[in-house]
Design a protein around this ligand. Structure first.
Ligand SMILES: Cc1ncc(C[n+]2csc(CCOP(=O)(O)OP(=O)(O)O)c2C)c(N)n1
Length: 324
């Protein structure tokens, strides 16, 4: 892989991690000493994606704003990697009027039509709308593709299987992405899923299934290249599963008492691993590491300042824009 692409992937992973660390800080700031989910500048549930950066960075590197991404309740990494406006996304997470959804959706409901991005708190809900967008692309004769993301837990939902079937039948330009972080809240994959790889399930629908085992951004980038190219050239859908890592809780405030794999987690963090690899290959030096970190911190702090400046919605307007 060429140096420019490797640096771009690294830069994207750093931006995502910097964003998630900042949201972590802002989210917990006013929820101490006793955790109160309704308190603070960001009330409500929060699902952060630290550890899963390689999936979003590796897949979205092949997309343009004309392609669609439908993400999950853990959406920030895909939103950032697909180029959602960072300021308006942050304002939405803070529930402010300048947010993508005017502060009505919050962190699980980020919609940015400019880059065809959406997500949902309902698991596997991103699959059917991805098919709809893919069908529109196909009928208009464009070469755009739709990427639909779920966790491995959601891959047991009916919507997942129905979508694979229809996409295969109609040869739609879709890439199904499954983020296998081994946990569906506190349920280990082994207690919910009858196969060890969702890539095997693809065969049941007559489409290619790929699995990236090591959570490496370059592995995801290579596998996604194949899947996106198939979709773009009219060869139909593929499924790509990545064995990734949920570095933090299912939601913020999750005590993770069930988590027996935490001891091994630090060594599996994909960001320092990739940084070390790039340093070893002479692609990254100390000065570049620092400038990438500084650039990410500037962008993120700027977006947080924008969100904080934006007013909260007027309660009287609560029913505006609502279908009755
Ligand atoms: C239809 C539906 N059922 C249940 C839930 C509650 N729920 C939220 S996240 C989650 C687990 C999701 O696990 P997974 O798909 O593996 O994604 P991860 O959280 O690991 O990223 C569940 C059951 C929901 N949001 N939607």
């Amino acid at each position: 892989m060429d140096t420019a692409t490797r640096l771009d992937l690294y830069r994207m992973m750093v931006l995502i991690r910097t964003f998630e660390e900042a949201i972590l800080r802002e989210y917990h700031a006013d929820k101490k000493p006793v955790f109160d989910i309704g308190a603070g500048a960001i009330p409500g549930e929060m699902h952060l994606s630290a550890g899963q950066e390689p999936v979003a960075a590796g897949v979205c590197a092949h997309l343009t704003s004309a392609d669609a991404v439908t993400a999950t309740h853990r959406p920030h990494h895909f939103a950032i990697a697909h180029g959602v406006d960072l300021h308006r996304m942050t304002a939405e997470i803070f529930g402010r009027v300048d947010g993508l959804g005017k502060g009505r959706g919050g962190h699980m409901h980020l919609f940015d039509p400019d880059v065809h991005f959406s997500c949902s708190g309902i698991i596997a809900e991103g699959y059917p709308p991805a098919l709809g967008q893919a069908m529109a692309f196909q009928r208009r004769g464009t070469d755009s593709v739709a990427v639909a993301v779920t966790g491995e837990g959601a891959a047991n939902q009916g919507a997942f299987h129905e979508s694979l079937n229809l996409a295969a039948l109609w040869q739609l330009p879709v890439v199904f992405v499954v983020e296998d972080n081994e946990w569906g809240i506190s349920v280990p994959r082994s207690a919910s899923t009858c196969v060890t790889s969702n890539a095997d399930r693809a065969a049941g629908y007559g489409i290619p299934g790929l699995r990236v085992e090591d959570n490496s951004v370059e592995g995801v980038h290579r596998a996604a290249a194949e899947a996106v190219a198939r979709a773009r050239t009219g060869e139909g859908p593929s499924l790509l599963e990545v064995h990734t890592l949920r570095l933090w809780g299912h939601f913020e405030g999750d005590p993770q008492g069930y988590r027996h794999d935490l001891d091994g987690v630090p060594g599996r963090d994909p960001l320092p691993t990739y940084e070390q690899e790039l340093r070893g290959d002479g692609v990254l030096d100390e000065a570049t590491v620092k400038s990438v970190a500084a650039e990410a911190a500037d962008r993120v702090e700027d977006a947080i300042a924008f969100a904080r400046r934006s007013p909260a919605p007027d309660p009287k307007a609560a029913f505006d824009l609502v279908f009755a």
